[in-house]
Ligand binder design. Sequence first.
Ligand code: ADP
Length: 222
Amino acid sequence: MAGKLIVFEGTDGSGKSTQFARLCRRLEEEGRPFHRIVFPQYKEPSSALVRMYLGGEFGAHPGDVNAYAASTFFAVDRFASYRKVWGDYYREGGLVLADRYTTSNAVHQAGKLPPEQWEEFFRWLYDLEFTRLGLPAPDLVLYLDMPTPQAVENLRRREEATHTHGDIHEVDTAYLATCRQAALLAARTLGWTAVPCVRDGRLRPVEDIHEEIWDILSPHLT
Ligand code: ADP
């Protein structure tokens, strides 16, 4: 019996990691078993091409690697993790929570193509990973919708707090804005569940967003 795969998705700086960690803590507190997986798997050899790409080895701008080529880098990393890390647990009926998944290619790569080609690209992406590579399709995609100005603010705050610098995606504001447009179309056409992170122009508190996510998720936990 296949398990459940729940995915957190959003543009960079939308609060995915924050909400992912909050949900994991809640599930732990409630004693519910689950497996967590974060993509890309930066520490694994399967992410070598992803690291080269995000580190700028193929060019300093996201557009230096086309959407289809870049998507394959991320897809093979997922294939490796499914085979080596969480596939057995999932196939035995386990609950798997993923911070990013195939859906991230829709968010981060579609914007390199003209908008009229985005839906065709989404179809290619889902076919590649779920049909050809044999990865499971998610049961629920929670799309954290963060307007670009607030996402940029969040990213800068994170850079200051962690003394790090964003990768080639994260430092490019125009790119982030296009990613959000692609994400909104993907959410509409691929059946993702959107969670608005800004209300009346204000960032919603982490806990408020978490409660909405919990309400959406609860029916999937039974
Ligand atoms: P992502 O994983 O989507 O890139 P993060 O979860 O790392 O985003 O969040 C980016 C930054 O924004 C972090 O410093 C985080 O603490 C902060 N942040 C996330 N969500 C909120 C929120 N709702 N309110 C205030 N700050 C937030």
